[in-house]
Design a protein around this ligand. Sequence first.
Ligand code: FES
Length: 277
Amino acid sequence: MYSIVEKTETVPNTNLVKVRAPAIADKARPGQFIVIMVDERSERIPYTLSDWDKEEGTITFVVNEVGRSTGKLVGRKKGDELYSVVGPLGIAPEISNVGTVACVGGCFGIAAILPLARAFKEAGAKVISIVEARAGYLIYLEKELRKASDELIIATGDGSRGIKGFVPDALKDLIDNKTKINKVFAIGCTFMLKLTCDATRAAKIDTQVDLCPIIVDATGMCGCCRIEVGGETKFACVDGPFFDGHKVDWDVLGFRKAAYVAQERDSVQSSKMGVKQ
Ligand code: FES
């Protein structure tokens, strides 16, 4: 039912996967996510939607191979079927002309931030997109991001493209140069999200971060995605995925995300030894 229509490794270990899922494509909104099971025994993994096409009935998301289940997905090819795709999930951020919006992303977030950039630009906001990577050759979807933004800033750790540094450095530069930013949306690894919030805290810029804890049922029932925001317990799957980054308890998030690191390591090891999951 959920067949892979296209799978492209756009830059090393970054796979754009397009899947037939008409019901999801029909209802998807920027910032929402899906949960995928590759086969009936694989874990349930959340992916933020990076694109969808209602006419074609397809959705697109990015997969980085980081463990056994993502490895399984990366190993699938065009025409293969996925066991389950659930979505669209999560509360889509309100889109309006809020002034200047910085849409920032790293890794899979480079693709995932694109629908938000497009939507804010269409709503009349000024969009500054900032993307980061270790090196210039890891930046992708540049043409699409330029089109969706008033300004695109590229930041690379080795300085081979754009500014030398990462998203928080680029944001700090903008803030120091008195660029008015009304809102920031950030998608990427937890470390980048936290540093992004550190960069915007003093200037009190509303910073919405896309949190991605471990997800199981994605309906608010299992409690697996529990996080702390502003001293309150929230479930990322139904209360998020976007939260006020200045109120997130990053220690709790990091601790809970790391809960199964040892098991994941064992699983990858056993798969290399040919043990079936
Ligand atoms: Fe179970 Fe959110 S994933 S409550």
